[in-house]
Design a protein around this ligand. Structure first.
Ligand code: TTP
Ligand code: MG
Length: 373
C-alpha cells in the first residue's frame, strides 16, 4: 500500500483493536556465519554439515538468499542441496554464537516493556498498540528496531505490522530480507489477494497441494467466500482461513509465564531480629518462592527484598543478576547479601518479603554459569 495511506491510518479506536508486530531475523544462522567470516558475504552459503560433500549426510539448517535462488531450502538434505547448488560454500563454524546472538536481540526487544512472545530462536511478536499513535509511527518504530539490531549485531531482520498476529507474521515474510510491511486493517484483502495460500502459516505443503487440486492456489481464490462456504469446502481450515482473511484471528499475545513475578511475605511483631532468626525466616520465604519458580519451570533475574519496620517505613531493595537463573546458591547468597544493614535495624521488623521478577521460561535464556565461572 502507499506510504501516505499508512501514515494516515490512525490507531485503532476500539479498545479491542491492537497493533501487532512480528519480527523475523533474515537467514539467521547464515547471517551469523557471515558475520563470523565476512568472506562468505554475497556467496551461495549453506549452513550445515561441512563434510556433506564427502559423506552425503546432514540437512540444511538454513542458507543465504543467494543459495535460495537455486532452490536450496531449510530442512532439505545436504545431498539434494548440493545437487541443486554444487558450488555452494558450506559453513557451520559459528554455531556457539546463534543462541547468544538471539538472546541479546530478544533482550533488546524486551526492554520496550510491551507484551512480547518469543516464538523461536529468531522470531518474536510484540504488541505495540501502546507505543505508537498511528500505523505510520509503527513503520518508523520498525525501522528504528531494524537499525538498532543491525548496529548491535550486524544482523538484519524483517518486520510485519498488522491488526492480528497472523497478518503481522505474513507481513514479516513478505519483503525479506530487511523488509518492513505494514498492513492496515482495511487493506488485508488487498494484501492477501495475490499471495499463495501456502504463505499462510499453518497451510503447509500437504494442505497446499490438496487445495491446489481443488483449484485454489492464491488467497484471492477463496477470500470472498462466506465462512460457511469455506467450512463446507475445507472443514476446519475453512474457518481458520476466513478468520485470517477478515482480520478476525487472534490479536492477543499470550504471555509466557502468565505471572510477571512471584513473591512471598510474612509479618512479625516488630522486634529486632537476631541474624540466625532473620536468616531462618529469609530461608523459608526464599524456599517458598523458589519452589514456585521451579514448579512453573521459570528462571529469575531480578530479586527484590522488602523490609517493613515498626512505623511502616518500608525499604525495597532490588538487584538484577547478570543473567536469569534457578541456582539456589546464587539466589540465596544474593538475598543474604542484600539483607546486610537491614535485618538488625533497631526499629524492629514488621514484615519481610522476597520477590522474584523478570522471569523467563527455563531454556529461553543463557546459562548463568557462563557468567559466574
Ligand atoms: P527461519 O526463520 O525459518 O529461517 P531463516 O532465518 O534462516 O531465513 P528467513 O530469512 O527466511 O527467515 O529459521 C531461523 C533459524 O532456525 C535458521 O537460520 C536456522 C534454524 N532452522 C533450523 O535449524 N532448522 C530448520 O528446519 C529451520 C526451518 C530453521
Ligand atoms: Mg528467520
Amino acid at each position: 500500500m502507499l506510504f501516505r495511506e499508512i501514515l494516515e491510518t490512525r490507531i485503532p479506536s476500539k479498545q479491542e483493536e491492537r497493533i501487532l508486530m512480528h519480527l523475523d531475523l533474515d537467514a539467521f544462522f547464515a547471517a551469523v556465519e557471515i558475520r563470523n567470516n565476512p568472506e562468505l558475504k554475497g556467496k551461495k552459503l549453506i549452513v550445515g554439515n561441512k563434510n556433506a560433500r564427502l559423506t552425503g549426510r546432514g540437512v540444511v539448517l538454513t542458507c543465504s538468499y543467494e543459495a535460495r535462488v537455486y532452490g536450496v531450502r531449510s530442512g532439505m538434505s545436504m545431498l539434494e542441496a548440493l545437487k541443486r547448488c554444487p558450488d555452494a560454500e558450506i559453513s557451520r563454524e559459528a554455531g556457539d554464537e546463534y543462541k547468544p546472538t538471539s538472546t541479546r536481540i530478544m533482550d533488546f526487544l524486551k526492554e520496550f516493556r510491551t507484551p512480547i512472545s518469543i516464538t523461536s530462536i529468531d522470531e518474536a511478536y510484540l504488541d505495540i498498540t501502546d507505543m505508537v499513535n498511528s500505523y505510520g509511527e509503527a513503520f518508523y518504530f520498525a525501522s528504528y528496531i531494524q537499525i538498532k539490531i543491525r548496529e548491535m549485531e550486524k544482523i538484519t531482520c524483517s518486520i510485519g505490522i498488522g491488526p492480528t498476529l497472523k497478518i503481522a507474521k505474513i507481513g514479516s515474510d513478505y519483503q525479506k530480507p530487511e523488509g518492513i510491511t505494514v498492513v492496515v486493517p482495511d487493506k488485508i484483502r488487498d494484501f492477501l489477494f495475490d499471495q499463495k495460500l501456502t504463505n499462510i502459516p499453518g497451510i503447509g505443503k500437504v494442505t497446499g497441494a490438496k487445495l491446489e487440486k481443488k483449484g485454489y492456489t492464491v488467497c484471492g481464490d477463496l477470500i470472498d467466500r462466506y465462512e460457511s462456504e469455506l467450512i463446507d469446502l475445507l472443514g476446519e481450515y475453512g474457518s481458520y482461513l476466513w478468520k485470517i482473511f477478515h482480520g478476525q484471528s487472534t490479536n492477543v499475545i499470550k504471555k509466557r509465564g502468565t505471572r510477571k513475578s512471584i513473591s512471598h511475605e510474612r509479618t512479625f511483631h516488630g522486634k529486632p531480629l537476631e541474624f540466625d532468626k532473620y536468616n531462618k525466616y529469609l530461608l523459608t520465604l526464599f524456599n517458598k518462592t523458589h519452589d514456585e519458580l521451579t514448579r512453573k519451570k521459570m528462571m529469575v533475574r531480578t530479586l527484590t527484598l522488602k523490609v517493613r519496620y515498626n512505623g511502616f517505613d518500608t525499604i525495597t531493595k532490588a538487584f538484577s543478576l547478570p543473567a536469569s537463573t534457578i541456582d539456589r546458591g546464587i539466589i540465596f547468597d544474593k538475598l543474604q547479601e542484600m539483607s546486610n544493614n537491614y535485618f538488625n535495624d533497631p526499629r524492629g521488623i514488621r514484615l519481610l518479603g522476597v520477590r522474584f521478577s523478570n522471569l523467563v521460561k527455563q531454556g529461553e535464556n543463557e546459562n548463568l554459569n557462563d557468567f559466574f565461572n
